[in-house]
Design a binder for this molecule. Structure first.
Ligand SMILES: Cc1ncc(COP(=O)(O)OP(=O)(O)O)c(N)n1
Ligand SMILES: Cc1ncsc1CCOP(=O)(O)O
Ligand SMILES: [Mg+2]
Length: 212
């Protein structure tokens, strides 16, 4: 597979304390980096702002050491407080076009979730650096979703935009290759790595399935 020049990452870990199910989140992230994860998003939907910030700071130390970009989900304040590489937002969050006007986000990565085809024509998509195809397949990790895009949805979106496409939602070693072949540039996972017995091995095998 060929990496997208504007988003040269193939395997994207979306992590939270909760998804690690009792394991230490920083250790899971460290193992995942060893296994080949290229970029990490911290997605804390239930933590207080204080805990979110603490976890973001810990993850930032680790990712900085390994030169892995850290993306913060939803929260621009936490992103700038930890000097993150960027932010991921959806339709119920801060708008990419408004974020882009803030000095902090001028040169940072902004990811935007695609839930409706009509979003491809909006200003938010135009100002974003990558699009999350959300979800590719229905998943228990995020239940408030709209469109289950499937492989056909990815192919369709691929024909309509040259933006980097990140597939997310119930992706694992067995379907990662087909998601890339359908037109995605990158695979994002929560459970396939955070919930794995051996996160390093899970990341390594996923990476191989993507690059094969
Ligand atoms: C890479 C990636 N793609 C999509 C999402 C979903 O974002 P959003 O629609 O804002 O939903 P929440 O994650 O906030 O529940 C994502 N986080 N990452
Ligand atoms: C954050 C997010 N956005 C769309 S699906 C999803 C969760 C993906 O989790 P999993 O990889 O466990 O299916
Ligand atoms: Mg969001």
């Amino acid at each position: 597979m060929k990496l997208h020049p504007q988003f040269p990452y193939a395997l994207y870990l979306v992590i939270s304390h909760e998804a690690c199910k009792g394991k230490d989140m920083i250790q899971v992230a460290q193992q995942a980096i060893r296994g080949g994860v290229d970029i990490i998003q911290l997605r804390e939907k239930k933590a207080s702002e204080k805990l979110f910030l603490q976890r973001a700071q810990q993850l930032r130390e680790l990712t900085e050491k390994h030169n892995v970009p850290l993306i913060i989900n939803d929260n621009p304040k936490v992103a700038s407080q930890v000097n993150a590489a960027g932010i991921h937002v959806g339709n119920r969050d801060s708008r990419p076009a408004l974020l882009r006007k803030k000095p902090y986000f001028k040169e940072r990565i902004i990811g935007y979730s695609i839930e409706y085809l009509s979003q491809l024509d909006n200003e938010q998509t135009a100002t974003s650096d990558y699009l999350g195809i959300s979800p590719v397949f229905r998943t228990d990790t995020k239940k408030d979703t709209v469109t289950e895009w499937g492989l056909e949805g990815i192919s369709k979106i691929r024909q309509l935009t040259t933006k980097p496409l990140v597939g997310i939602g119930n992706l694992h070693q067995q379907n990662a290759g087909s998601v890339i072949r359908a037109g995605a540039d990158c695979i994002a996972v929560v459970s396939a790595i955070c919930g794995a017995e051996d996160p390093e091995k899970a990341a390594y095998e996923l990476k191989n399935a993507i690059l094969r």
